[in-house]
Design a protein. Structure first.
Length: 297
């Protein structure tokens, strides 16, 4: 999703971008990744790849979420470093913060406590990539290897299937299906009071392009978020409004919900001089339009 939103963004016209598909370049194959980077000698590498999914997907397949993401991160970062690429932006995830960390989540809290069990494998892989970038820059400051930690994302090119979707696309799919089936009840996992921060993916793409243009000013480690969280119930209500479904919600208290609260501290982001501009309702409308377009294509 992040990579495709980068390609779709108007600022992409300022760059010559190489974006090989997984069929063209297997990021699990370290030799192939290094050969690709050595062949094209890019000015900048953006590591936006990953195996991603929601709580259910992470719980059902923790091995691949750790193994695949760790291998991809290691292969991309080390291939860039060993090929002499001096500029790299690594994308992290707020799941790397300790489950009991005080909110809003600050960058210096990483590795200060136990991780959330529902996505621990993915978090470990992302922490490894982050630390690898820090070590490379520490050993040789000429390598501007920096990590952006986006809050949860949604938008075009997201996954809307029930097994792998994150919260917002999963809710869009559930509420849309209820509307089309004429159902007046939609189930929410947990009591709906857990709070999350979601940013429209095109806003993240804008921030990445701004960072790529002036990587020297970007902090070595920086959260990117909207600076505001909402309850799960609020996300369901917003999607229902956009979709035009007027049924009622019920709660399954036996289901896992992950961390109770996850809000990023955006102090470094604000000091850097950037903030997202897409409201939740506007973003959900755009994401829903993308979903409908996919259904009709």
């Amino acid at each position: 999703m992040v990579g495709r939103n980068l390609l779709d963004h108007p600022l992409a016209d300022c760059w010559e971008i190489l974006a090989p598909s997984s069929q063209e370049l297997d990021l699990m194959d370290g030799a192939s990744v290094r050969a690709f980077i050595e062949r094209y000698s890019p000015d900048l590498v953006i590591h936006a790849a990953g195996k991603v999914g929601g709580i259910q997907a992470n719980l059902s397949d923790p091995i691949s979420y750790l193994d695949h993401n760790m291998m991809m991160g290691r292969n991309v970062i080390m291939a860039a470093r060993n090929s002499g690429v001096r500029r790299l932006i690594n994308l992290g995830s707020t799941c790397i913060y300790p489950r009991a960390a005080e909110n809003p989540l600050r960058e210096n809290q990483i590795l200060t406590g136990e991780l959330e069990s529902t996505n621990e494998g993915y978090a470990i892989a992302k922490i490894t990539a982050l630390r690898l970038c820090e070590y490379i820059r520490r050993v040789d400051p000429r390598f501007l290897y920096k990590t952006i930690i986006p809050c949860n994302l949604y938008g075009p090119h997201d996954k809307f299937d029930s097994q792998n979707a994150h919260l917002v696309p999963a809710v869009i799919r559930k509420v849309h299906d209820a509307l089309k089936a004429g159902k007046d009840i939609v189930e929410i996992w947990g009591d709906g009071t857990a709070r999350r921060e979601f940013m429209y993916a095109a806003d993240l793409a804008e921030a990445i392009f701004l960072a790529a243009k002036d990587l020297e000013t970007l902090p070595d480690l920086m959260n990117l978020g909207v600076g505001k969280d909402r309850s799960i119930n609020e996300y369901y209500a917003t999607v229902a409004k956009v979709v035009g479904w007027s049924g009622r919600f019920i709660h399954d208290l036996s289901k896992p919900v992950g961390m109770q609260k996850k809000l990023s501290d955006t102090s470094r982001q604000v000091a850097w001089g950037w903030s997202p501009n897409t409201s939740l309702e506007t973003g959900v409308k755009k994401a829903y339009h993308y979903y409908l377009k996919g259904l009709n294509s």
